[in-house]
Ligand binder design. Structure first.
Ligand code: ADP
Ligand code: MG
Length: 698
């Protein structure tokens, strides 16, 4: 097709020093802000805006919000405080009885910027001080005597380096927008842009950098956020189409006999949510397109049962099924769970871990390749080159946040087209799911099994610690079991291990003497870890002291007490995972948090939220709101890359719109071959062509 867009004009990609007003020194400072080309400069967006449109007479000022006053300089004074610190005050009068005083501490040269009688505007938060209003380091605008239009604006606040000030950046941006704004390609198709009421690229740049008011600034930014989301969602839509519609997978229908047979293996009836998820999965498996499904569940809501159902449907249809866990301990645990369900079954199964000898491994692989194994459980190692399957029908990936979009791309290159079911360990907000798992269909299990009680969560002070230990002793003597989690020390795993070892030693000789304590940490080899877990599961240990390596998914129904040290160092989703460990049985779990001596307000808020909310999905939304979605769930590690403009939580409405539009575009024009999609296609390929394997449009 001759739909290739015109070559991007090299004026945009020219180095920033070719712009008028940028010499070598300034170019160097711009580089420090990652601005190397003219285009980078255009897209160096403000991180915030100061609204200076609230202009008042001095007499009308109020405390506590940013306001602007215009007036005449009637006094300039520089002096030293008692401690020798210089202070400059400039008094502004607007003709009223009261004056406004601007104060600069430690900055003698501030006085040099003013002349008596000069008309200026001060913006800032005023405070009443003695007999006048005062603003500390107000923002100053010099008013043009003839027009007097200053002091009535929205001022963008840019991420700046020390020696590049806003007053230098703004004229550069003015010139860049004027000269180059029209050259930036408009990648949004007209139809979409008009329907979503988005400004064209040139006016949006104008609005972002030189807004007349906050609404304009928002409208400009919104356009670029939408564009960013649209490009991402198109990439995901293309991938999803590619994964599902262009490939064939084995048809694995569920007969009533198969269904009854599988359900008999569970010692419980599935919950409604589980049944719904099973129905979704069965629909997919019965089709000839590979399932690409995400199974999201609250911690303890029972996603493993759904996975087991899918695995067994596959085996019943004489195909092989694989279950991949992110760690060996979790692989082993899945294995144990399966062993429990399959005790009297003839399903031929294999646990493939690093613990096998070379010979055992060779034999296991040969059996897989010969089709003598129906069901294999393992870690990522299952994806490695030398594992060949005879008739792979289904891969279940227990994601645990560790496999990303790009890893899934790799798995696909195994050369077979099985169905895929991806499970997340912990609930994530919907908009995050639409992004990092945006190429998958989604089933959600929110409901907990009947009789399950919410974990009682308490945040304790050090004083209360002394009372907790006797209580723990008493509970453990009565046959309950407990986890005590010491956090990861960020700088070093070594310190971590030491902290856990020390806690273990102190407790076994001190307050918990006479109880059977175990220790688990990251420096132990897999066999030693597995052995400790085994003993804990067999109730030969009362309490397990561990670092976060207590692989978050471990399932020991009799363990109902959880103590978390330095809870402030864990994220909310981690804490929720940990808490989920003690809500497996019918006895209500209890979770006790201790924190270190210094906590930020944000941390306090997070822990308070945690003690208040027990539903994982609610918690995930709160968490993302508190920390920002990017933090919460590293989009980069999932192959989606960092978002430059958009915020998955704050801009969720736009994300949903963009997703709908993206899927509609791809449904109508799968290869993005139409002329109106040419620039969009190019943008998608530039951004995601490499990471997401977008063969269809490549
Ligand atoms: P998670 O979603 O956290 O992985 P699991 O699948 O490990 O949850 O299930 C948690 C516990 O709940 C397991 O001990 C499992 O046996 C039990 N369970 C799962 N589904 C049900 C159900 N429908 N009724 C009763 N117990 C269930
Ligand atoms: Mg589980």
């Amino acid at each position: 097709m001759s739909s290739e867009p015109p070559a991007p004009t090299n004026l945009l990609t020219q180095p920033v020093q070719f712009l008028k007003g940028v010499g070598p020194a300034r170019a160097e400072r711009l580089h420090r802000l990652n601005i190397t080309t003219a285009c980078d400069l255009l897209f160096h967006f403000p991180r915030a805006y100061e609204d200076l449109t609230d202009v008042r007479p001095v007499a009308g000022l109020e405390e506590g919000k940013i306001q602007t006053v215009r007036g005449e300089v009637v006094e300039i004074d520089g002096r030293q405080l008692g401690n020798g610190q210089p202070v400059v005050t400039v008094v502004l009068s607007d003709g009223g009885k009261v004056c406004l005083e601007g104060v600069w501490f430690g900055r003698t040269h501030a006085a040099r910027r003013f002349r008596y009688g000069q008309r200026v505007a001060f913006s800032g938060k005023p405070k009443w001080y003695r007999d006048r209003w005062q603003m500390t380091s107000p923002r100053v605008q010099y008013l043009d005597a003839t027009t007097d239009d200053g002091g009535n604006s929205v001022v963008p606040v840019y991420p700046l380096t020390e020696d590049l000030r806003a007053e230098h950046l703004r004229p550069l941006l003015r010139r860049a927008v004027d000269c180059l704004g029209d050259l930036v390609p408009e990648i949004l198709p007209d139809e979409v842009r008009v329907r979503r009421a988005l400004p064209g690229v040139r006016s949006a740049l104008e609005q972002v950098h030189f807004p007349a008011n906050l609404a304009e600034a928002r409208a400009g930014r919104r356009r670029f956020v939408y564009e960013e989301f649209l490009v991402l969602q198109i990439a995901l839509a293309v991938r999803r189409r590619d994964l599902r519609d262009r490939r064939r997978a084995p048809v694995l229908p569920v007969t009533p006999q198969i269904d009854a047979h599988i359900r008999r293996l569970f010692p419980f009836a599935l919950t409604e949510d589980q049944d719904r998820a099973v129905a979704d999965v069965c629909d997919d498996l019965a089709g000839d397109r590979p399932m690409q499904r995400l199974l999201q569940a609250d911690v303890g809501a029972g996603k493993t049962a759904v996975a087991v159902y899918a695995l067994l449907v596959t085996v019943a249809n004489r195909h092989q099924a694989a279950l991949m866990a992110p760690t060996e301990v979790l692989a082993r645990q899945h294995w144990d769970t399966l062993e429990g369900y399959l005790a009297r079954s003839r399903v031929r199964r294999l646990l493939l871990t690093g613990g096998l000898t070379a010979r055992e491994r060779r034999e296991a692989l040969a059996a897989l390749q010969a089709g003598e194994i129906d069901l294999v459980v393992g870690t990522q190692a299952l994806v490695s080159e030398d594992v060949q399957f005879a008739r792979l029908g289904l891969v279940v990936i227990d994601e645990q946040h560790k496999f990303g979009v790009n890893q899934r791309a790799r798995i696909r290159r195994l050369g077979v087209d099985p169905h895929y079911l991806v499970m997340t360990a912990t609930p994530i907000p919907r908009t995050v799911a639409l992004t990092v798992f945006g190429d998958l269909d989604c089933s959600t299990i929110r409901q907990l099994p009947p009789g399950r009680q919410p974990v009682k969560t308490r945040w304790l002070t050090e004083k209360q610690r002394a009372r907790l230990y006797p209580y723990l002793c008493e509970q453990l003597r009565q046959g309950r079991q407990a986890f005590l989690v010491c956090p990861l020390v960020e700088e070093s795993e070594g310190l971590d291990v030491k902290a856990a070892e020390q806690t273990y030693a102190e407790l076994s000789e001190g307050p918990l003497r006479g109880l059977r304590l175990g220790l688990l940490h990251g420096r132990m080899d897999e066999a030693a870890k597995a052995e400790v877990m085994e003993r804990f599961r067999d109730r030969q240990l009362d309490l397990l002291v561990s670092t976060l390596v207590v692989e978050v998914g471990v399932d020991v129904p009799n363990a109902t007490l959880m103590v978390v040290e330095h809870a402030e160092r864990f994220g909310l989703s981690q804490l929720h995972q940990l808490r989920g460990r003690v809500s497996r049985g019918s006895v209500a779990g209890e979770c006790y948090l201790f924190t270190g001596p210094t906590l930020t307000d944000e941390t306090r808020e997070r822990l308070r939220v945690f003690t208040r909310l027990s539903d994982g999905f609610d918690l995930a939304e709160e968490d993302a709101r508190l920390r920002g979605a990017g933090e919460f769930f590293g989009t980069r590690q999932h192959g989606v890359g960092d978002l430059r403009f958009g915020d998955l939580i704050a801009d969720r409405g736009l994300l949903e719109d963009a997703r709908r539009d993206a899927f509609a575009v791809v449904a109508a024009d799968a290869g993005l071959k139409r002329p109106e999609h040419a620039l969009l296609r190019q943008a998608v390929l530039e951004r995601y062509g490499r990471t997401l394997d977008l063969a269809e449009i490549g």
